[in-house]
Write a protein that binds this ligand. Structure first.
Ligand SMILES: *Cc1c(COP(=O)(O)O)cnc(C)c1O
Length: 466
């Protein structure tokens, strides 16, 4: 064996402990680590090492080169985008996923235990969300890929309405897409699927400072497009104000009109974990497919989301994703395999962090995380209005606070300045956005570590920055 590899193999215990110690030191200090860094200019690319230096020195080299530029994005005051943290159980699952290095494919042959673990994890998540067992699903890298996977099945469904097998023949029929406030990744998926990112018919938003769709307008547009296959993309939690489309009303429309209904519930699905908020999802069980991100509110490391598809579409799903030219992979019609069920072939055991987290903390633990984040969002919003120059731009509907400055003339310059100042103090990360044309800031609460002490620090930082 190559010398350096042999040496690392001989010292495996020591080297893994060293890595563990570094990891624990980082996580133990995460509350005090900066959440933004002024100068992120990376090191100038250097030449590929001819001779490696082995793992011990590589750990040193990594920390020397990059340590001071790593943001505490899984810490308690990183409130930009919708960024979850990583629980201890999720980290353990993620590490072991690399240790076992399985490829969850089918139930026969390679990767059978890991495919079972993935199916079990999907089943647990379906139970967590209170969804019926007719949903079948799998893991992908993120909600973007989940939207892509779901909309690929929607595309196949649309073709079938006109007698076209799009997976085999290409898009030979016109497809109409109706949506009100889609996430940018749903639009990107339409681009990747050849459906066209600008090929969207916009549904009006409901009256009264809402991002949810006006379902009366949806019905008008369904009638106008009744001669075409229609895909409706709805939101269970918009990113700015966490507004939910009226799922009950959309499911009622299914009784009078034919359309494929996809719900992007990337983080809004977790409203199901709260007795007080689960009603926002009433009716979602009638969707054809649902997107859920796990690296947001499930607090597992990045690279984790699921698609859930009504099993009545399993045949369309198989047509869309089957590896038809590889007889050694079994008969796709009879041997279940993730290879023929989703966009990827080889994958890591991506379900393991979620399996660990759900086993470790259960329904109760995730109910607590969700409720706690919602309480914190409301506390933050209240203090913001009481103690700072900021005003809410929309009510706090779940776990995101969207806010701006009352004085319209000073608004955009002032917000940029506030962000600049926050960046140099490194104690609070929030992101800029635009809501109904108004420049705003938004704070998203999804991290299990955040406490009311963090709310006070954040308010203090915002006062200092403005
Ligand atoms: C975050 C998010 C996405 C995209 O998720 P990625 O994990 O970044 O791919 C899609 N939809 C919604 C509603 C989101 O919040």
């Amino acid at each position: 064996m190559h010398n350096t590899l042999q040496n690392d193999l001989d010292n495996l215990d020591y080297l893994l402990s060293l890595t563990k110690d570094k990891a624990a030191a980082y996580l133990n200090d995460i509350n005090d680590k900066p959440v933004s860094i002024n100068n992120v200019q990376g090191t100038i690319p250097i030449n590929l090492p001819e001779n490696g230096i082995g793992l011990e020195d590589t750990i040193k080299a990594f920390y020397e080169q990059h340590q001071d530029k790593i943001l505490a994005s899984s810490g308690p005051r990183y409130w930009g985008f919708v960024t979850g943290g990583t629980t201890p159980a999720a980290i353990a699952g993620d590490w072991l996923s690399a240790v076992f290095d399985q490829n969850p494919q089918g139930l026969k042959g390679a990767g059978d235990v890991s495919a079972n673990i993935e199916l079990q994890t999907i089943n647990w998540l379906i139970q967590l969300f209170g969804l019926p067992s007719y949903f079948k699903g799998g893991f992908v890298t993120g909600a973007t890929m989940s939207n892509f996977t779901s909309l690929a099945i929607a595309r196949q469904w649309a073709g079938k309405q006109k007698g076209v097998d799009i997976a085999r023949e290409g898009i030979k029929t016109e497809i109409r897409i109706l949506t009100a406030t889609p996430h940018s990744s749903a639009i990107k998926s339409l681009a990747m699927l050849g459906l066209g990112s600008s090929n969207i018919i916009a549904i009006k938003t409901a009256d009264g400072n809402r991002e949810a769709m006006d379902t009366a307008d949806l019905e008008v547009k369904l009638l106008e497009n009744k001669d075409f296959p229609v895909i409706v993309i709805s939101s269970a939690g918009t990113v700015n104000t966490v507004d939910f489309d009226d799922m009950q009303a959309i499911s009622d429309l299914q009784k009078r009109h034919t359309f494929y209904w996809h719900i992007d519930a990337a983080f809004g699905a977790f409203a199901a974990c709260s007795e007080k908020y689960s009603h926002l999802l009433n009716g979602w069980q009638f969707a054809d497919s649902i997107t859920v991100d796990c690296h947001k509110w499930l607090n597992v490391p990045y690279d984790s989301a699921i698609y859930l598809v009504n099993e009545k579409h399993s045949a369309l799903q198989l047509q869309t994703f089957q590896n038809s030219n590889a007889p050694y992979l079994g008969d796709p019609a009879t041997d279940f395999s993730f290879l023929n069920f989703g966009p990827e072939n080889s994958r890591r055991l991506r379900a393991l962090p979620a399996w660990f987290a759900l086993q470790a903390y259960g329904r109760n633990g995730f109910g607590w995380i969700v409720e706690n984040n919602i309480v914190l969002a409301n506390q933050f919003a209240q203090l913001l209005e009481e103690k700072t120059i900021f005003k809410l731009t929309a009510p706090v509907r779940l776990n995101v606070v969207c806010f701006s400055i009352a004085d319209e003339k000073k608004r955009s310059g002032k917000l940029a300045l506030v962000l600049e100042k926050l960046k140099s103090s490194g104690k609070l990360f929030i992101s800029p956005t635009s809501y109904k044309g108004i420049p705003c800031l938004r704070a998203a609460f999804v991290n299990w570590r955040t406490t009311d002490e963090d709310i006070l620090i954040a308010i203090d930082e915002l006062i200092k920055a403005s």
